[in-house]
Design a protein around this ligand. Sequence first.
Ligand code: ADP
Length: 395
Amino acid sequence: MWTLVVNCGSSSLKFALLRPDTPDVPLAGLAERLGTDAASVRVDRAGERVTVPLPGGGYPEAFGVVLAELGALDLREQVGAVGHRVVHGGDLFSAPALLTPEVLDAVRACVPLAPLHNPANIAGIEAAQAAFGDVPHVAVFDTAFHQTMPEVAYRYAVPESWYRQHGVRRYGFHGTSHAYVAGEAARMLDRPLEDLNLVTAHLGNGASVCAVAGGRSADSSMGLTPLEGLVMGTRSGDVDPGLHDFIAREAGLSLTQVTAALNKESGLLGLSGLSNDMRELEEAAGRGHAGARLAVEVFVYRLAKTVAGMAVALGRLDGLVFTGGIGENSAAVRSATLERLGLLGFHLDAEANARAVRGQGGVITTPESLPALVVNTNEERMIARETAQLVARGL
Ligand code: ADP
């Protein structure tokens, strides 16, 4: 059975057609700038890439292109399910869910927790259900994996009524990726996942660290929103909660403007004054750009500090996993992070680390070291797997 995996952003739609356990992806693509005159769909089919202009088109028109492409490949009838990435499931979902009208209502109930993401996910689900009315649709939540976090990890020290009445607690995100790479790491280490206590570091434009105890999330660096925790591309990560009031008064900003600046103008971009892109910053730092060097150093310092903190959540640490665009490609970030984590027992194998780029995963530490690994994440495959499993159980 083929699964169509769908990830809808506010003006984008990413899609891929795959089977849970075979590597081939006969059709994939990305629709961008939906709802504008510049809307288009990039389609990747078996080594060939085409861009279809879609002026003024939205999700329904983009799904029209997907349907036409599936028809041309003679695969329309083979699509057995559609798996949707949904950002926030609150504390309502600890596993993927078949998208019944009741489940869609529950996803709607989580909109206040993710006002930018969940409405786009919902609009995408509705358009996909209209286009693919004859197959089951499944929601796979970014937050679900972290529902196993103990209360000591997910509660904030704030008035209890905020938690009870408004759901103010830590949820964690990137769950699909953390779950996937933990499983892959266990396979690469040839040890049962149930026996492993891992810290997984998903380092992309968004970045989070997860404590994975025996395959279950025990803590996440992200909290109520994906703004908490590590330094990210344009997100600040942790700041003093007193900052909001201080900078609002000093700079004459509204709370909305402060939140927007912490999400869009901070992180690597804010620190460097140059870019949110790690590769660009590494090149600029190499040329002596002071802001770029500082941005990379703060990123690494905060990452190492957070990984060490996660060891507390696990009690015993068996390994560290790097993934995401930065984790999979930046040998420099990995080496600087492990240098700071020497006290936990990590010793870098510099040659192995240099080799682990562009899709080459593997162990990057010496044989006597606590293992650190590079694992390529594959959220689409994980969503396809979870969707297929749920559909198989339900039928
Ligand atoms: P997203 O979270 O948007 O999916 P990615 O996981 O693709 O992002 O990660 C993007 C980040 O990965 C960017 O900061 C980019 O610079 C970084 N990256 C990609 N390749 C390299 C590289 N060779 N060296 C350093 N950083 C890299």
